[in-house]
Write a protein of this length. Structure first.
Length: 75
């Protein structure tokens, strides 16, 4: 149960940093997000890998859903 909580917290942190990265306007802002992402990765490499894998899988699923909606004329 503890690991699940750690993974959930890591997913939330990675999501927040991903959002910051999308909002970053300058190279300096993006570099700061990258530095924070690297520090997060170093703090718990396994949880970080799980979080990134989860986000990739979630994104893949959303793309499939949007593609199907578009094919069916719902989007």
């Amino acid at each position: 149960m503890q690991k699940i909580m750690e993974y959930t917290e890591m997913i939330d942190k990675v999501k927040a940093l991903a959002a910051q990265n999308r909002a970053a306007k300058t190279a300096e802002d993006k570099a700061e997000v990258r530095r924070q992402m690297d520090a997060l990765k170093e703090s718990d490499p396994k949880a970080f890998a799980v979080a990134v894998g989860y986000m990739a899988k979630t994104t893949e699923q959303k793309v499939k859903e949007l593609t199907m909606a578009q094919i069916m004329g719902l989007a």
